[in-house]
Design a protein around this ligand. Structure first.
Ligand SMILES: *[C@@H]1O[C@H](CO)[C@@H](O)[C@H](O)[C@H]1NC(C)=O
Ligand SMILES: *[C@@H]1O[C@H](CO)[C@@H](O)[C@H](O)[C@H]1NC(C)=O
Ligand SMILES: *[C@@H]1O[C@H](CO)[C@@H](O)[C@H](O)[C@H]1NC(C)=O
Ligand SMILES: *[C@@H]1O[C@H](CO)[C@@H](O)[C@H](O)[C@H]1NC(C)=O
Ligand SMILES: *[C@@H]1O[C@H](CO)[C@@H](O)[C@H](O)[C@H]1NC(C)=O
Ligand SMILES: *[C@@H]1O[C@H](CO)[C@@H](O)[C@H](O)[C@H]1NC(C)=O
Length: 397
C-alpha cells in the first residue's frame, strides 16, 4: 500500500536526513540510507504487501536482421500488455524490474531512455511504486546502469525507490534497500527489500567504448564495496531497531550456488539451467568472487532464516525456487521471463512475473518468517505456488 508522506521519527538519531538524489556514500555505518524522504511503504489493512518481480523485459530489441528482424516495436507493445495483464490480475503494492530492462546494445544514445518510459508505463499508469535492479544488457555503448537510474529518479521520483548507495566505481551503482512498515507510525520496518547490482559492462560488442575495459567484464556484485555496505547498513539496523527485519533480495544475475540447486527439479521451468550464466564468471571461468556478497546476505538471516529469498532473472527459461545446504538454506528463485524481447525457451513462451505475497502473520510466524510465492502468467493463470520458510525443502538442509 502506498501510504502518506513519511515524517521520520528518527530525526536526530541515525538517519533522517534526506539523501540528495543519486548521492553515494562510502561510510555505511553512520547513516541508514534507506530512510530517505520518500512516501513510507506500508502493509495494507489486511496485513498484506504484494510484490511482483518482472525480469528480462529487453525493450528496444529491434535492430539487425536474420532472427532478430522479427523483434521490434510490436514486441515492446506485447511486453507492456504482459505487464498490464499481470498487474491487473495480481494488483501488487510494489513492482520490481529485476534487470535487463532494455537490450542496450540495440539502442541509440539520443533516445535510449525512451525505453524506460515504455517499460515503466503499465506500472506508472496504475500508480504502483517500483524500483529496479539492472542487468548485463542495461550496460552497453549507449546506455549504462547509472544513466538509467538518473533518468528514473529525475522523471519518476514520485513512484521510484531506486537509489545508488554504492559507487560509481567500480560501476555497480544500483545497490540499496527499501523498508516496508506494518503501520505508518512504526519505528521499525516489518521487512526490508534489498536490491543489488550484478554489473557486467560491455554487453554486445565487448569492444567498448563501455565504461571500463572488456577485461573487466565482471558479472557479479562487487566484492570490495557491497559486502561492506550490507554489513554496515545491517549493523546500524540492528542497533537502531533492536533486531533485523526479514529480508527479500533482488539481483539480476543469479548467484553461482543456483548451479547446485537446479537438479533438485522443483516446480517451475527448467529450460535454461544456470551454469555458466551465473555470477562470478569471467571468460567462462568461475572465480568465486560472488561469494563475499552471498556471505553478507547470509548474515542478514541472523541464523534464523530471515532471508526469505534471493530472486533473479537472466536465465529466461528458469522460473523455480529451491534451497538446500548448498545455498546455506537460503531459497534462490528465478523470475522467469516477462518480456517479448530476449531469447525464448520452449516452456517459457507464456510470459510471466514472480509474485511474493508478503503477510505480516507469515513474517511473524512463531516457527520463523515465511512468504508465499508463485508465477503469474499473461494467460491469466498462476502456477508453481510454494511457501518459502522453515518447512520449505527442510530435508535438503
Ligand atoms: C544482414 O546483416 C548482414 C551483416 O550486416 C548483411 O551482410 C546482410 O546483407 C543482411 N541481410 C539482410 C537480409 O538484410
Ligand atoms: C499495441 O497493441 C494494441 C493491441 O494490439 C494496439 O491497439 C496498439 O495500437 C499497439 N500500440 C503500438 C504503439 O503499437
Ligand atoms: C529511437 O530512434 C529510432 C530511430 O529514429 C526509432 O526507430 C526508435 O523508435 C526510437 N525509440 C524510442 C524509444 O523513441
Ligand atoms: C578475458 O579474456 C579477454 C580476451 O581474451 C582478455 O583480454 C582478458 O584479459 C581476460 N580477462 C581476464 C580477467 O582474464
Ligand atoms: C550440493 O551440490 C552437490 C554438487 O552439485 C550435489 O552433489 C549435492 O547433492 C548437493 N546437495 C544437496 C543437499 O542438494
Ligand atoms: C497458461 O500458461 C501456463 C504456463 O505456460 C500453462 O501451464 C497453462 O496450461 C496455461 N493455461 C491456459 C489456460 O492456457
Amino acid at each position: 500500500m502506498y501510504a502518506s508522506l513519511f515524517v521520520s521519527a528518527l530525526a536526530g538519531l541515525a538517519a533522517a536526513v534526506p539523501a540528495p538524489t543519486g548521492s553515494r556514500r562510502s561510510d555505511w555505518t553512520s547513516e541508514l540510507l534507506g530512510l530517505v524522504s520518500k512516501k513510507k511503504l506500508t502493509f495494507d489493512r489486511t496485513g498484506s504487501f504484494k510484490v511482483v518481480s518482472f525480469s528480462d523485459m529487453h525493450f528496444g530489441e529491434r535492430w539487425g536482421n536474420g532472427s532478430w528482424a522479427v523483434w521490434g516495436p510490436s514486441n515492446d507493445n506485447m511486453t507492456q500488455q504482459v505487464h498490464s495483464i499481470i498487474l491487473d490480475q495480481e494488483k501488487p503494492d510494489y513492482v520490481v524490474f529485476n534487470g535487463d530492462l532494455m537490450t542496450g546494445e540495440n539502442v541509440f544514445a539520443n533516445n535510449a531512455t525512451g525505453y524506460l518510459d515504455q517499460c515503466f508505463a503499465p506500472t506508472v499508469k496504475r500508480r504502483i511504486p517500483f524500483s529496479c535492479t539492472h542487468g548485463n544488457h542495461d550496460n552497453a555503448n549507449n546506455i549504462n546502469h547509472q544513466e538509467e537510474i538518473e533518468y528514473e529518479q529525475k522523471h519518476y521520483g514520485d513512484l521510484s525507490y531506486t537509489r545508488m548507495d554504492v559507487g560509481p566505481e567500480p560501476w555497480g551503482v544500483g545497490n540499496y534497500w527499501v523498508p516496508v512498515y506494518a503501520n505508518e507510525g512504526d519505528w521499525a520496518p516489518a521487512v526490508i527489500m534489498w536490491f543489488f547490482d550484478s554489473r557486467s559492462f560491455t554487453s554486445g560488442t565487448g569492444n567498448g567504448p563501455g565504461p571500463v575495459a572488456p577485461s573487466a567484464n565482471y558479472y557479479w556484485i562487487d566484492e570490495n564495496t557491497v559486502p561492506a555496505y550490507i554489513d554496515g547498513q545491517s549493523g546500524l539496523m540492528r542497533k537502531t531497531w533492536g533486531s533485523l527485519p526479514p529480508s527479500l533480495v533482488f539481483v539480476h544475475i543469479p548467484f553461482q550456488r543456483s548451479d547446485q540447486l537446479y537438479q533438485l527439479g522443483t516446480p517451475g521451468d527448467h529450460d535454461d539451467e544456470p551454469d555458466p550464466s551465473t555470477q562470478g564468471t569471467i571468460n567462462n571461468t568461475y572465480t568465486g568472487l560472488d561469494a563475499p556478497a552471498f556471505t553478507s546476505i547470509f548474515g542478514l538471516g541472523d541464523g534464523q532464516n530471515k532471508v526469505l529469498a534471493i530472486t533473479s532473472g537472466h536465465d529466461h527459461g528458469e522460473s523455480w525456487c529451491a534451497r538446500s545446504s548448498n545455498s546455506s538454506g537460503i531459497p534462490l528463485c528465478f523470475d522467469g521471463h516477462s518480456g517479448y524481447g530476449g531469447y525464448v525457451t520452449p516452456n517459457s513462451q507464456v510470459r510471466n512475473g514472480r509474485v511474493f505475497n508478503l503477510k505480516l502473520s507469515d513474517l511473524r510466524s512463531n516457527s520463523g518468517p515465511k512468504v508465499q510465492t508463485w508465477n503469474s502468467y499473461e494467460n491469466k493463470t498462476i502456477n508453481d505456488q510454494v511457501t518459502l520458510g522453515p518447512d520449505f525443502m527442510k530435508n535438503y538442509l
